[in-house]
Design a protein around this ligand. Structure first.
Ligand code: NAD
Ligand code: MG
Length: 394
């Protein structure tokens, strides 16, 4: 019998973290959650530890280490406890796991994704922001570490499944285009005038997927699709012109690969992240994911349309950053994180998210990506620029 995979779930208390643990718990003979991490919610992390019995629990906020330890002791859970972002990265690279589910939200996930890559782990990447920021450096770390990256983002997981043997060069495989589907989010079909006053709760009410608040806002602005275009460029070596976005409101076709002979392969399934996670955990095998079978007869017609780039400008800005190259995607990502946070706090109108991102891209023209420290410095500069734009706007 093969020993179970030892899995670190970074961002265990989040939406992807919960879906991962659901799949893991279905297959105790194949998977064990050995490391669980969270940002500040010590109560939720301790509860997950009581259920999944990891060997290590890490809380990002060092001030909460004592509370986590107390809660674990009260629940009778015996596991190591650590705190801080460095401890999360160390756990991702450490001996307690062979597989890392990178499910922290935002640039905060970069260090631990890199650490897992350098250490040669199987990296299940949900944290798209880390590859958008540091694509070439993350891929270099993976090569150096000798591990493997299996995409968890549903679109990239779909493309991975539709490519021969995962990811050889696209040209050699006869691939003409990658077609990323987008649900269109909660505001599909609305005009700019209709979007002027929308609230964070409306933006987070996604019609098909249940997700964390940051990615939900990104889905509403279509920045999520923009980040995914950049992610696809890095993961599959696709030129910007070879990546197309197609709005598909039913969210059953998760993406498509078009070949030069006219064949188009698609991956379909219910909109439930457990499918992609089960695929990535078990690859190259398959395991049951707890997802009901797709009933196409009951699903009704499948629709497809082009995205409205004039209304949802964030998608156009992401393509622009990708074409500019260098660190423009990192600047785009940082500005977007600040703008989305301001929108969620009620301090920025929905349509101004794109304005903030555009202003920061203009203020900080692309530079060559040199190394992680320069990139992190650039991320800081872009955040500072975004905050200045916010102050001037309000
Ligand atoms: P979420 O907000 O539900 O969960 C985020 C997790 O990260 C939580 O466990 C939180 O404690 C942790 N976290 C947040 N900030 C942190 C910090 N500064 N330091 C350490 N830990 C921190 O988010 P989510 O929806 O699960 O998304 C996670 C990632 O996966 C994002 O990058 C998102 O784009 C990506 N993703 C999510 C989905 C989805 O369906 N939810 C789909 C595709 C990709
Ligand atoms: Mg996605």
């Amino acid at each position: 019998m093969v020993a179970p995979r030892q899995i670190a779930v970074l961002g265990a208390t989040g939406s992807i973290g919960g879906s991962t643990l659901d799949v893991v718990a279905r297959h105790p003979d194949r998977f064990r959650a050995t490391v669980l991490t969270a940002h500040r919610n010590a109560e939720a992390l301790a509860a997950l530890c009581a259920t999944h019995r990891p060997r290590l629990a890490v809380i990002a906020d060092p001030a909460l280490e004592g509370e986590l330890a107390r809660r674990l002791a009260a629940a009778g859970v015996r596991c190591e406890v650590a705190a801080g972002m460095d401890a999360i990265a160390a756990a991702a690279a450490g001996p307690l796991c062979d597989t890392v589910v990178a499910a922290i939200v935002g640039a905060a996930g970069l260090d631990s994704s890199l650490a897992a890559a350098r250490a040669g782990k199987r990296l299940l990447l949900a944290n798209k922001e880390s590859i958008v920021m540091a694509g070439p450096l993350l891929l270099e770390a993976l090569r150096a570490g000798g591990g493997e990256l299996i995409p968890v983002d549903s679109e990239h997981n779909a493309i991975f499944q539709c490519l021969p043997g995962g990811r050889p060069g696209l040209a050699q495989s006869g691939v003409r285009r990658l077609i990323l589907t987008a649900s269109g989010g909660p505001f599909r079909g609305r005009s700019r005038a209709e979007l002027a006053e929308v609230t964070p709760d409306q933006a987070c009410r996604h019609p098909k997927w249940s997700m964390g608040r940051k990615i939900s806002v990104d889905s509403a602005t279509l920045m999520n699709k923009g980040l995914e275009v950049i992610e696809a460029h890095h993961l599959f070596g696709a030129a910007p012109e070879a990546i197309e976005v197609l709005v598909h409101p039913q969210s059953l076709v998760h993406s498509l690969v078009e070949y030069v002979d006219g064949s188009v392969l698609a991956q379909l399934g219910n909109p439930d992240m457990r499918t992609a996670l089960a695929h990535a955990l078990a690859w190259p095998g398959r395991v049951e994911a707890g997802v009901p079978p797709l009933d196409l007869a009951a699903a009704g017609p499948l629709a497809f349309e082009s995205p409205d780039l004039a209304t949802f400008r964030c998608l156009a800005l992401a393509f622009q950053a990708l074409r500019e190259g260098g660190d423009a995607p990192a600047v785009l990502n940082a500005a977007n994180e600040v703008a989305v946070e301001a929108f969620l706090a009620g301090a920025l109108p929905f349509l101004s998210i794109a304005d903030v991102v555009e202003a920061v891209l203009t203020e900080l023209p692309a530079r060559r990506v040199v190394d992680i420290p320069t990139l992190v410095e650039r991320d800081r500069a872009a955040r500072a620029a975004a905050r200045r734009v916010l102050r001037n706007a309000c």
